[in-house]
Design a protein around this ligand. Sequence first.
Ligand code: ZN
Length: 490
Amino acid sequence: MEHNLFIYNTLTRRKERFIPLNEPYVGMYVCGPTVYGDGHLGHARPAITFDLLFRWLQQSGYKVRYVRNITDVGHLEHDADEGEDKIAKKARLEQKEPMEVVQYYLNRYHKAMEALNVLPPSIEPHASGHIIEQIEFIKQILDAGYAYISEGSVYFDVRKYDHDHKYGILSGRNIDDLLENTRELDGQQEKHCSLDFALWKKAQPEHIMRWPSPWSDGFPGWHLECSTMGTKYLGQQFDIHGGGMDLVFPHHECEIAQSTAALGHESVRYWMHNNMITINGQKMGKSLGNFITLDEFFTGSHKLLDQAYAPMTIRFFILQAQYRSTVDFSNEALKASEKGYQRLMEAYSRLKSLKPAATSTVDVKDLRAKCTEAMNDDLNSPIVISHLFEAAKAINAVADGKATISAEDLEELKATYKLFVEDVLGLKADAAEGSSSTSDAYKKAVDLLLNIRLEAKQNKDWATSDKIRNALQAAGFTIKDTKDGFEWSL
Ligand code: ZN
């Protein structure tokens, strides 16, 4: 196979040629959501970024096993070691069983992902379904000498690990600086060092999510699930591990330490991280009141939103930035994306009805090569989009009768548009007007009005017929009478 894809490896801090360990198979692990609330914009970016990678790897001829986990245990309120379990807390507040909370929000997450046209991963393992494997993983770390048992909990020994392997290689931090900047241990004498993190926590009596283990009735630490499930499903060494940049430290740093301690070597070849999303220049946060869920975007029901934004507008907006650059959401930016998306989709729809001529006066021959080159350059989706817009000019020129295209060029252009617009960027042609239920309802409403107009015309009630036509035209609709009835577009 040709290996033309270059990706930026967070670990080595440079773009590297991607060569899988075991071609044509690629193992890819991405940290999924903690399911205790509705998916928000911050969930959309990693999902779409790694969906783009998943799609592109497959288009490039690889067979991909894509694992995206569901965190349903061990994600605590304050950090990896302290506070109430986020899911247990929600369950307590809502008087539910924790797994009811997980299922409810997981179903909603899946629905949002489907709306965004994010393909489901190959495996979606739950942390709570892999307690036995996590206990075994802890035993390996204990056997290797990089963890210790204290009061029924098991902690990772960061100083010992750092001495042998160097802790902090992914985030570029070093243990001395970290020690200087962390608070001294106060009262929590269980840990030898403030940097040590829990592999297993003994459950307090009120903690309901608990499992038996050799050390105590308790639960695994948050970082452990990814080391365990990544190696369980992808092997002791696998190709790609991804997630949001906010996970580099401590989550992924701790994953590297755990896997290296247990297995004697690192398990991940390429670490990839998407940059974050800000809203009107601010970080997203519950306390800042700018925590907008995906459903709120789709329905427009948040005070910061001027209108509803279709899932495809959100997807297009995210793809308009390369995944390593920051993205700032604002109503203005989203409206611009909405327009851009519609423009692209209009061109795509016009392309489908173009008629070939004997020769081409437009040059679209190298579109496929240019888009491929951009994708191979660390998934540069904004450049792909700009090439597609360039080709849209040619499509519009032919459609307007100002240029011609040969049958051969037309076929190639159609195939390239389908490949990049639909298969690679994952943009759906039929969803430009909004979420499917909204757009269905709206189409039905317009059809209803035009059928009433048709009846009026048949009854020679010209006043009603004209009134409906004029009102719809004023609202921006184009109406065409045909011999079978009518056609309309917005
Ligand atoms: Zn993870």
